[in-house]
Design a protein around this ligand. Structure first.
Ligand code: UDP
Ligand code: MG
Length: 314
């Protein structure tokens, strides 16, 4: 029997939170009856600086059912940091912590018991891997696929189609606590721990209520963190691009010499204007790429805390 904690980050989840809490509580009671998890297991909700009634609801749920605990973050720090806040707090409350989104889109009913089994058979980490994304809108599905492919190309070593639905042992969490980076990309970081892991198949469903809180802006931010935190390949590509342009310029040079010797006149406007804009664009992209890494270094060296906890209900 293990003492289990689930951690769910919540950002403006007033529409779905009560349902989620009910469903998780029901599952916990079933697992307690089956003597899989102990009676002092907890369900943790992290309020990520919501602007709606989310914290109010968590407070009420906690007063009705002490199994439900709440962590109130002082401001919105985003999904990854909110999960981190939850895991770092909950690791002192349980033997293993499962992170899952508050909207319960993951197949928690089948996956959580499997994750617990895998933990009991000696795995420190169990990844939930999405096997079908039928419930996701087409655009989200396509962008997610492109995102994983791009990461693979950039040499980021992450688990395909795994999105932070995962069990971690206390030992794994203690190790994770030693990674002090600010640009958190947990999916890339956790495989680096090198601990024994397993995967379970996760058939995701649609949100029961509310809308996705992952705006395009937030997704792009995550995608960038996912690459810049684990790979410097983009900088190499910039250098390769430079050599490629050098080759082209050599070709053009030969052509110019040839034109000079054979006294042919070369019309200039089109090729000049094109080169100026093309080279200008490439330079900006290149400087931007390097700049991005500098910006990430800037954020890392300041070493600001990832989150501030204003209240814990335990
Ligand atoms: N979330 C968060 N902070 C944010 C954005 C999202 O804590 O700034 C939480 C959100 O409440 C949810 C989870 O992250 O529990 C995943 O978000 P969502 O379900 O909106 O994303 P999707 O499933 O559409 O990728
Ligand atoms: Mg969701």
């Amino acid at each position: 029997m293990i003492k289990l904690a689930t951690v769910s980050p919540c950002y403006n989840e007033e529409e779905v939170l009560e349902q989620s809490a009910d469903h998780l509580t029901a599952l916990f009671e079933e697992l307690i009856r089956q003597e899989k998890i102990s009676d002092d297991s907890v369900i943790v909700f992290v309020n990520d600086g919501s602007r709606d009634r989310t914290w109010e609801i968590i407070t009420r749920l906690h007063s009705r059912n002490p199994r439900i605990r709440g962590i109130n973050l002082a401001n919105n720090v985003g999904h990854q940091n909110a999960i981190m806040a939850g895991m770092m707090t909950a690791k002192d409350w349980a033997d293993a912590v499962i992170t899952l989104d508050a909207d319960l889109q993951d197949d928690y009913r089948t996956c959580i018991p499997q994750m617990v089994d895998d933990f009991l058979s000696g795995n420190d980490i169990v990844y939930g891997v999405k096997v079908s994304r039928k419930a996701d809108p087409l655009l989200k599905r396509m962008s997610a696929q492109a995102f994983y492919r791009l990461q693979e190309k950039m040499g980021v070593n992450s688990i395909f189609n795994h999105a932070d639905f995962r069990l971690m042992s206390r030992r794994a969490l203690e190790m994770l606590a030693g990674y002090k980076e600010r640009n958190l990309y947990l999916r890339g970081l956790i495989p680096l721990l090198g601990l024994k892991s397993a995967t379970v198949d996760d058939h995701i469903s649609e949100r029961e209520a509310g809308r996705s809180k992952y705006t395009l802006h937030k997704m792009l931010g995550l995608a960038l963190d996912g690459i810049t935190s684990f790979s410097v390949k983009p900088i190499y590509y910039v250098i390769y691009l430079g050599f490629f342009f050098l080759l082209i310029s050599l070709g053009i040079g030969l052509y110019v010499i040839h034109a000079f010797i054979s006294h042919t006149e070369v019309a200039g406007w089109a090729s000049l204007i094109l080169s100026i804009w093309l080279v200008g664009a490439m330079l900006m992209i290149s400087i931007g790429t390097v700049g991005l890494y500098i910006a990430k270094i800037y954020e890392e060296v300041k070493h600001r805390p990832l989150y501030n906890i204003s209240q814990i209900l335990d």
